[in-house]
Write a protein that binds this ligand. Structure first.
Ligand SMILES: [Fe+2]
Ligand SMILES: [Fe+2]
Length: 347
């Protein structure tokens, strides 16, 4: 997971950087030609590739968005990872393991895509581990019961698909191509969640109550996953011009509500929104107001699990340091052997 809406501002730069004076120089003729080529590719709905010239602001926006997306994938492993050892059957455990591993893979593709823009994976992870980088706020909520795992698949991965399908047509080639495979896997995540809930809903009253409780807790944070309302998303116009963003936050949110409410009916759960009703005139569901104060509180670090998620990530990084060191030592040894063999052949 997760989102185009995750192009959130980073923490303010260091004080020294803020004092730097920006000197605007008129573009040279060569720069103007490069810009014209870039614009022509976008106008033709083509792809920008790593070796192509691109405006610095386009590169920076992509690095920020792709890295926030990558962080969301790997932090997104944590709420569900908590339930791998508690899954109610071997089958559910195998499915959950596969899903959580998929999320690690999504992180890999996305960090790699960010690296094609000249970003260093080490720096990106450092920004995450020091709390400077953002990730999807949805993962700062707790998973309190087994039904949460199903609801995350159904609603959180469902919202991720809505967000990510337009990214398959993103103007930056490596990001768009990564998203094609990711979307296929997200589709499996959504289905396994729905199927698991379907089974619980055919169970005991206690199991049904557990599903309803999970839906009640996740519904509103999931709607907030699509990002602030369009009126409060100042970067949308530029990202749309650049072919990074194809559909606005509010339009995607509406699409999600319209697709999900009928699924809730099939499941037999209610949506915790007294204002929810189908508007016959538009064919869309009307939904109640989202608590944006809560959203910003969680984005800015005050959610129920922010500190826990960050601490778990930092520990995982530290615990895995020996693997990275061993891999580098092995690669260096192989390179030295290869070098010696080549030198012998040449002699
Ligand atoms: Fe994912
Ligand atoms: Fe997923």
């Amino acid at each position: 997971m997760y989102t185009q809406a995750l192009d959130l501002p980073q923490q303010p730069e260091a004080a020294g950087a803020a004092r730097l004076k920006v000197v605007v120089t008129p573009p040279s003729e060569a720069q103007a030609r490069s810009q014209a080529r870039f614009d022509a590719v976008l106008d033709a709905d083509g792809k920008i590739e790593p070796q192509d010239w691109m405006p610095e602001a386009y590169r920076k926006t992509l690095v920020r968005q792709i890295s926030q997306h990558a962080h969301s994938e790997i932090v997104g492993m944590l709420p569900e990872g908590n339930w791998i050892s508690r899954a109610p059957s071997l089958k559910r455990k195998a499915i959950l393991l596969a899903k959580v591993q998929d999320e690690a893979g999504h992180g890999q593709y996305l960090y790699s895509a960010a690296e094609t823009l000249g970003a260093s994976r080490e720096d990106l992870l450092h920004a995450l581990h020091t709390g400077r980088a953002k990730y999807s706020s949805i993962f700062n909520y707790p998973t309190l019961n087994w039904a949460d795992v199903g609801v995350i698949g159904w609603l959180v991965d469902g919202a991720a698909i809505m967000n990510q399908i337009p990214l398959c047509r993103c103007s930056y080639g490596p990001y768009a191509r990564a998203m094609i495979r990711i979307c296929k896997e997200e589709s499996f995540h959504q289905r396994q969640g729905f199927e698991s809930l379907m089974l619980l809903m055919q169970g005991t009253p206690g199991q049904r109550a557990m599903v309803q409780d999970a839906v009640n807790r996740w519904w509103w944070p999931v709607l907030a996953m699509f990002g602030p309302p369009d009126a409060d998303s100042p970067n949308t116009a530029q990202s749309t011009r650049w072919g990074i963003k194809r559909i606005s936050n509010d339009a995607l949110r509406q699409k999600f509500v319209d697709a999900t409410v009928p699924q809730a009916k099939v499941l037999g759960v209610s949506v915790p929104d007294p204002e929810l009703r189908l508007d016959e005139a538009t064919g869309h569901y009307h939904y109640g107001p989202i608590d944006w104060d809560d959203f910003w509180r969680v984005v800015n670090g005050q959610g129920p699990c922010n500190a826990e998620r960050l601490a778990t990530r930092v520990k995982a990084d530290a615990d895995g340091a020996w693997v990275r060191e061993a891999s580098l030592a092995y690669a260096a040894k192989q390179a030295a052997r290869q070098g010696a063999a080549t030198a012998q052949e040449a002699a």
